[in-house]
Design a binder for this molecule. Structure first.
Ligand code: B3K
Ligand code: ZN
Length: 844
């Protein structure tokens, strides 16, 4: 397979002025007729005419009406094309029915749908399938199915056909088509300049009761983008379609977003609070892409973070505005550390703007998305809110309708604010998580903070240069008052000192407030100081962080030195959760212990091989100790935060449920399962029901409830995904692989459905002690199933190989077992390009 390099970028030889497509839909023999108006690109160095095309049967082709016989080559076709404008027409045949990769045009439960990003359009017809070729599309869909959709505004509609016109030039990756027996949940939205927009959420009839929340989220997103970014919607209709078989969450196709049904369908009975919040965020994310991604797109796929990092940042802001900024920031930091730091500190580390790839689908990563979003957040912090808005306005004005680069993005900031961002640009090119070492000095009323930065080597990047790191700092007096409010220190050198004068007492610093940069802070800090910050810090993020640090240190001492649970930590935690001045959602976050994988990485960084079993046992022991020592408080919180009245997914109620459910899970450890069983029986919503089931399974009870749950929900696919996943997630380390294996033999285990496959195997990979059980059964089972899925669905397979990415942390035995599985996968004949790139990088 060929490696593609950023440095080899060449502008396209020909540009496209207009595209006309006709689809004659048939399950195994769909015909696609295309008419594409080309024109030589004045900025191109070559006139080589090449169109991408894969898995296409060429029926005929012509140039300006004269039949031609193109040369079919690997990955597409070549032709001698005129050095002037011309129309290329072609007819091809494709087979949606047997398209199990879910890329291009495929069928899902009898419905036709498409997924073209990144390079799926070439499986639909011959085309310059690259994001810097943008054109208006006219589409005609011919089929007897009742609902026929494509991008843009509706055109003529008749018996067995529908036409669509998308006036906005777009790259092929934003093309979409849907045809099926669907019903709509409809609404309207009036933009602030008065455009009337018809909104439809298309689903199967059985799901029409799960659309209301998604529709509200869409309207909120449309309003928010007008108010906060001044961006309006630009078509007469906005369609969203829910699909069961989908490789990821959702896709921002122009005017026709296609969603994994799990990312849009929700009712109180079937979806949890977390599902509601995630749905709101994904709807917003895809909607926001209309400006950041669609109107302004990427020049090439190396620039992916240009749209993804920015759009994630925007959806994070939106969720903060809709719910709580503090709680959202903590959630995002937890995800970043759990997933992105893990990636950045292993064999898959890559810059936010990678320099090469074999399969671009492998680079839709937490680094590109979440670290990409952190970079936007840092920019905003550095130039201020007003500078940020000016820069964004300039970016939209200057680049509307274009396919651009990170350099263009940064130039908009430089031009709008006058700031030099050349050093800042290293955030895009250097992989790895910077470590910031902190030392302090106190003398004569002068407090000095010395910060030293260092970034470990990553694959292909042995040496790192200093980055621009905004470190938000506040200082507290020993009595708990804030003496220096949040100030942003800009660390730009390898080492730098910052002074604070005329202080009356040695202050307690609160560092990296709001998690102002995606770095790891290295600092000696006493338990007392941490407990002090947990009690007094005015920055909610650092207040939470102080508790988290205490918990982590205590757990590490338990694992590494055989210490018992830290009573001081538990007492400090008890004071935090009892503080009625704090948001219940925040108190629920205080109760969440660091995850097993996070602890494994922390132990690895001390130079020792983490033992997943010991980590699991330490966490369990600490949970039990918390439940024993704080039983009264937890019991009281459980009682006083129950909600009377009907379920609402709004943040306030969700926060109360998060708190009572966190309490329930701890209380069950000491009290047994009665309370959880009662909650399970009484529950009128999925959040309460599944939390009760989870608490029961954690104490190895709940067999009857598990069965009842299955009987109740066997007809609801999305709920059954939870049923599959939860059993594996809550299985003891000894039983995890066997539980997963048994579930693969369940009659409802539809392994070709990515959601179902992920429910079982994502949960297995997430059950750290179970997955890494020294028997190697978890490794073997996952590898077997990845090899089974790969020929059908390379994208989902490749993504799930990441379960193995931390293998070099572990002891020799585990390393040997994982290496053997990775080598078995790598050595399999006919392995997909996607999966072979991933295992190759992990073995390198
Ligand atoms: N842009 C899509 C992701 C496409 C993934 C292709 N493998 C969804 C999103 O980020 O909004
Ligand atoms: Zn996106």
């Amino acid at each position: 397979p060929r490696t593609v390099y950023l440095k080899d970028y060449q502008p396209p030889a020909y540009l496209v002025d207009e595209v006309k497509l006709t689809f004659r839909l048939a399950p195994e023999t769909t015909r696609v007729l295309s008419e594409i108006r080309f024109r030589p690109n004045p900025d191109a160095a070559s006139r080589d005419f090449f169109l991408h095309g894969e898995q296409l049967k060429l029926i005929s082709a012509s140039i300006d009406g004269t039949p031609v016989e193109p040369e079919l080559v690997e990955g597409g076709l070549k032709l001698d094309a005129p050095d002037a404008a011309f129309t290329f027409a072609a007819e091809v045949e494709i087979d949606p029915e047997h398209n199990t990769a879910l890329e291009g045009l495929y069928r899902s439960n009898g419905m036709y749908c498409t997924q073209c990003e990144a390079e799926g359009f070439r499986k639909i017809t011959f085309y310059p399938d690259r994001p810097d070729v943008m054109a208006p599309f006219h589409v005609r869909v011919e089929s007897d199915l009742p609902v026929l959709l494509s991008n843009g505004n509706p055109g003529e509609r008749g018996d067995g056909f529908a036409e669509w016109h998308d006036p906005w030039p777009k790259p092929a990756y934003l093309f979409a088509l849907v045809a099926g027996e669907l019903v709509a949940h409809s609404d309207r939205f009036t933009t602030r300049s008065g455009r009337e927009v018809e909104l439809n959420l298309w689903v199967r009839e059985a799901d029409i009761d799960k659309c209301a929340f998604g529709m509200e989220a869409l309207k909120k997103s449309m309003r928010w983008d007008e108010e906060v970014y001044g961006r309006e919607y630009d078509l007469d209709v906005f369609n969203i379609v829910a699909v069961d078989d989908f490789n990821m969450g959702a896709m921002e196709n122009k005017g026709l977003n296609i969603f994994n049904s799990s990312a849009v369908l929700a009712s109180p009975e079937t979806a949890t609070d977390a599902d509601f919040e995630r749905i709101e965020a994904i709807i917003a994310h895809e909607y926001f892409h209309n400006w950041t991604g669609n109107r302004i797109t990427c020049r090439d796929w190396f620039q992916l973070c240009l749209k993804e990092g920015l759009t994630v940042f925007r959806d994070q802001q939106f969720t903060g505005d809709m719910r709580s900024h503090a709680v959202k920031r903590i959630d995002d930091a937890m995800t970043l550390r759990a997933m992105q730091f893990r990636e950045d500190n292993g064999p898959l580390a890559h810059p936010v703007r990678p320099e090469s790839f074999v399969e671009i689908n492998n680079f839709y990563t937490v680094t590109v998305y979440e670290k990409g979003a952190e970079i936007v957040g840092m920019l905003r912090r550095l130039v201020g809110e007003e500078g940020y808005r000016k820069a964004l306005d300039l970016y939209f004005d200057r680049h509307d309708g274009q396919a651009v680069t990170i350099e263009d993005w940064l130039r908009a900031f430089e031009d709008a604010t006058g700031r030099d961002l050349s050093q800042f640009g290293r955030w895009y090119s250097q992989a790895g998580t910077p470590r910031v070492h902190v030392t302090e000095d106190w003398a004569d009323g002068r407090y000095t903070l010395t910060l030293r930065q260092e970034t470990p080597a990553t694959p292909g990047q042995p040496d790192k240069a200093p980055q621009v790191i905004p470190v938000a700092v506040g200082l507290l007096n020993p009595n708990g008052d804030e003496v220096v409010p949040t100030t942003v220190l800009e660390l730009t050198e390898a080492e730098q000192s910052f002074h604070f004068e005329t202080l009356s007492a040695r202050p307690v610093p609160s560092l990296l407030r709001g998690f102002s940069a995606p770095v790891i802070l290295k600092r000696q800090q006493s338990k007392e100081e941490r407990a002090f910050l947990l009690a007094h810090d005015t920055d909610p993020f650092n207040k939470w962080e102080a508790g988290r640090d205490l918990a982590r240190d205590g757990l590490m001492a338990m694992v590494l030195d055989g210490a018992g649970p830290d009573a001081d930590y538990i007492d400090a935690l008890g004071r935090g959760i009892a503080d009625e001045g704090l948001d219940p959602a925040f108190r629920a976050q205080l109760l969440a212990l660091p995850g097993e994988d996070e602890l494994a990485q922390a132990i690895f960084e001390t130079g020792r091989a983490p033992d997943p079993t010991a980590i699991f046992e330490a966490r369990e022991a600490l949970r039990r100790a918390v439940a024993e020592r704080l039983g009264d408080v937890l019991g009281r919180l459980y009682e006083t935060h129950q909600i009377d009245g009907p379920y609402s997914p709004e943040a306030e109620d969700a926060g109360r449920r998060a708190l009572t459910n966190a309490a329930l899970s701890l209380l069950s450890l000491t009290e047994g399962g009665d309370r959880a069983r009662a909650q399970f029986r009484a529950a009128d919503n999925m959040t309460q029901q599944i939390a009760a089931l989870s608490a029961l399974l954690s104490i190895e009870e709940g067999a009857a409830e598990l069965k009842a749950f299955e009987d109740q929900w066997s007809h609801e696919r999305l709920v059954m995904n939870k049923w599959f996943g939860l059993q594996v997630a809550r299985a003891t380390p000894e039983r995890a692989a066997a539980t997963a294996e048994a579930l693969t033999r369940h009659s409802a285990f539809e392994w070709k459905n990515p959601n179902r496959f992920r429910a079982v195997f994502g949960a297995l990979a997430g059950n750290a002690a179970g997955f890494h059980h020294p028997s190697g059964a978890g490794y073997r089972l996952l590898a077997d199933w990845l090899l089974k899925l790969d020929p059908l669905n390379p994208q989902t397979t490749a993504r799930m190989t990441q379960a193995f990415s931390t293998w070099k942390r572990y002891d020799e035995t585990r390393q040997g077992l994982i290496r053997a599985e990775l080598e078995r996968i790598a050595g399999t004949e006919g392995l997909s390009r996607d999966t072979s790139e991933m295992v190759g990088r992990m073995l390198a």
